[in-house]
Design a protein around this ligand. Structure first.
Ligand code: AMP
Ligand code: ZN
Ligand code: FE
Ligand code: FE
Length: 286
């Protein structure tokens, strides 16, 4: 029997649409053997996911950290996402970083809503905050309000440049990526660079930066992801090989905020075992 491993999934603890409990049940129903819960800048889904974990599903507790890198002579930093697996959620420095990012997400979302309202868009911060339901707020929650107001039909449309993609874009707080890699390691976690070559999302970092991050403690690269073309996946694989980094693949499932299915992209068991063995923060459950 093949082992199916999906190491990047979001719940209502951030901008997914399944609760953490629904997420682990959906993972088991989709035939996954291993699933990671990786909400944006929060570990808020860990406890409910663990409590609802079906027998036979192994659960990796993680998060996806909002990071930036500003190269020499660059006017604007490049935003990047770092998956952090199996870190100690009580480690104070990393926990404080995450709390700061979440607070800024609220202030930033309120700013975006203010700007939309200033142009007559009939949505409110209360409505958007309601969609986030106490979790880490993200632009998909604002997209949900734009859909409700009848201004766009899909989340994807809400990310177009005339809406959240550019016209109403407000940057969010993020962590310097080298500091984040060290903080995750210091908390016993394993850092993996999420969709590192996703040019559809905007600018991507140079290979040399990934080599420098590997020297700083980066453990792996996510190659198989819907936002990578086949060429980009092959490039990421080759780079990981050169640098001795582990390769992962995952759905980046967001429930109905995206069209990708659980387990649509998966990780090799050997890569998963390396990640699990390298972590000292919290164990894989199950
Ligand atoms: P934020 O974290 O608030 O900047 O919002 C970005 C999040 O929205 C990412 O986690 C994406 O996965 C999600 N998202 C969903 N649909 C899109 C889209 N079409 N373009 C960009 N991000 C999207
Ligand atoms: Zn997201
Ligand atoms: Fe991401
Ligand atoms: Fe993600």
């Amino acid at each position: 029997m093949v082992t199916r491993i999906d190491l990047h999934c979001h719940s209502t603890a951030s901008d997914g649409t399944l609760t953490p409990a629904e997420l682990v049940c959906a993972g088991a129903a989709a035939g996954l053997d291993v699933m990671a819960i990786t909400d944006h800048d929060t570990t808020g889904g860990w406890a409910p996911a663990a409590a609802a974990r079906p027998d036979g599903l192994r659960l990796v507790r993680g998060a996806e950290l909002s990071c930036r890198w500003r190269g020499p002579g660059m006017e604007w930093p490049i935003a990047l996402h770092l998956l952090a697996y199996l870190f100690d959620p009580g480690e104070p420095l990393l926990a404080a970083d995450l709390a700061r990012l979440r607070l800024d997400r609220e202030q930033r979302a309120e700013k975006i809503v203010d700007r939309l309202r200033g142009d007559g868009v009939p949505i409110t911060w209360d409505e958007v905050r309601g969609y986030a339901a106490g979790g880490s707020v993200g632009r998909p929650h604002i997209a949900q309000a734009l859909i409700r107001a009848g201004l766009v039909h899909t989340t994807n449309e809400a990310f177009a440049s005339r809406w959240l993609g550019a016209r109403y874009f407000v940057p969010k707080a993020d962590l310097d990526v080298f500091g984040a890699v060290r903080a995750v390691r210091a908390a016993g976690g394993v850092p993996v660079f999420a969709h590192p070559r996703a040019t559809v999302r905007g600018r991507v970092v140079p290979d040399q930066l990934i080599a420098d991050l590997a020297d700083a403690g980066l453990f792996g690269l996510e190659a198989d992801h819907e936002d990578h073309s086949p060429e980009e996946r092959a490039h990421v694989r080759a780079l990981a090989n050169d640098l001795g980094l582990v390769v992962t693949g995952s759905s980046d499932f967001h429930g109905t905020h995206k069209t990708v299915a659980l387990g649509e992209f998966t990780t090799d068991p050997a890569a998963f075992e390396k990640i699990a063995s390298a972590a000292t923060g919290v164990p894989v459950l199950g």
